[in-house]
Unconditional design. Structure first.
Length: 402
């Protein structure tokens, strides 16, 4: 591997590994640096939209995902008092995509699928336990300084791609600010093997309630009946130890669906939720993708999907530049495309989704529910809604940006 030609990628999550795989398929040498000692076990993401499945299919990833994933054709918007407001059928998109459904698969099970393909390619080096602490560049090259068990080391290359998450060292070192805000409430997520389908709840559902909304996703788990993930809001002043206490998790679960027995909880976690977009996705020879470039609440499953879209877009353009087929200005188009659709679709859609679930004003709730019911009842409006909520519209918008 010629250090002058390689691309340095910070972060071995799905986005970083996908960028590496897509570049290596274009014969671009890559080194991936991951701070953790191995692949991470992130439990948050896990619902994949049709365009993401299409974009990963040429690499054999989508076929592997289908071997263990759960296809979800229907999803619901519900109200705690009124019941089902709308049930959406993604099969309406069958003429728009070969994957007219969401595919549910835990993020920590997707990452090894990509990594298995990455490690077979000799042009990719993945180094675990390599913490990026600084980034630099000049007109001809870029470099990072990493901290390892053996001390500090400078690694040089042609380009640096920051896929190192919401607290991205690459982004911070470049001095790129994040526009947006942090929601005052946090999210708590609990996973149980109790089957909510017996209550008419689809494998993906959103339950509006001004006191305690909920988002529900069924995950395949490691075989068997699968697990149901339920996310709830947490007041800003509630201590983490209170939120995660067994009795408090049980209280929230019982409020969601009451039952005589206690719930068996497999996992539980709490996290802050941000709505932010980096002011720039490119600074010279350094680029950002995934959570390093944008953060959003998970209602709508736009976050990791948006990162996947970043990865394929960026790798295609960066590969062309590395192979001498285009100059560096092509990477400015990556920024224009991905930053624009993140603001117009990901941020706008996820904020709207959360506000719909948490709306306290009865009149505003009624107007929003009536609007959704009308769209759900009209096939043309329903298809338009699904094109947007499935992220097909955002990918089409991206491709139209010069």
């Amino acid at each position: 591997m010629n250090p002058n030609d390689r691309v340095i990628i910070a972060g071995a999550g799905p986005v970083g590994l996908l960028v590496a795989l897509a570049l290596a398929r274009q014969d671009v040498p890559v080194v991936v640096l991951e701070a953790e000692p191995g692949l991470t076990q992130d439990l948050r993401a896990g619902s994949f939209h049709p365009p993401s499945l299409e974009l990963m299919a040429p690499y054999g990833i989508t076929d592997e995902m289908h071997k263990v994933g759960l296809p979800v054709r229907y999803w619901q918007l519900r109200d705690r008092q009124e019941g089902v407001i709308a049930q959406w059928d993604l099969d309406l998109l069958r003429d728009e995509t070969p994957y007219p459904y969401r595919l549910h698969l835990e993020q920590h099970r997707l990452t090894p699928i990509i990594y298995d393909k990455v490690k077979r390619l000799p042009s990719i080096e993945v180094r675990f336990g390599a913490v990026v602490i600084d980034v630099g560049q000049d007109a001809d090259r870029a470099w990072v300084t990493v901290e390892t068990a053996d001390g500090r080391e400078r690694i040089e290359g042609a380009w640096v791609v920051g896929c190192d998450g919401g607290r991205s060292t690459v982004r911070k070192t470049l001095g790129v600010e994040m526009d947006g805000f942090t929601w005052p409430e946090r999210f708590v997520v609990a996973s149980t093997n109790y089957d909510f389908a017996q209550h008419g709840i689809t494998h993906n559902a959103y339950v509006a309630d001004p006191e305690q909304w909920a988002a529900v996703f069924k995950m395949p788990d490691e075989g068997g009946a699968g697990l149901w993930r339920v996310a709830f809001p947490v007041p800003p002043d509630e201590a983490d130890e209170v939120t995660l206490a067994a009795d408090e998790v049980e209280r929230r679960m019982q409020y969601f669906v009451p039952r005589p027995e206690r719930y068996s909880i497999r996992y539980k976690s709490i996290y802050k939720v941000h709505q932010r977009v980096a002011q720039a996705f490119r600074r010279g020879r350094c680029l950002l993708a995934g959570d390093a470039a944008h953060l959003n609440n998970p209602l709508g499953a736009f976050g990791l999907n948006g990162g996947i879209h970043d990865a394929i877009n960026l790798a295609g353009k960066l590969g062309a530049v590395c192979c001498g087929e285009a100059d560096g200005t092509l990477l400015d188009r990556y920024e224009r495309q991905r930053r624009t659709v993140n603001i117009e679709y990901v941020q706008d859609g996820s904020i709207r989704n959360l506000k719909t679930l948490a709306e306290r004003d009865p009149g505003a709730r009624r107007l929003r529910f009536d609007e959704i019911r009308r769209a759900n009842a009209d096939p043309a409006l329903a298809k338009e809604f699904l094109l947007r909520s499935s992220m097909i519209a955002s990918v089409r918008r991206e491709r139209a940006i010069d």
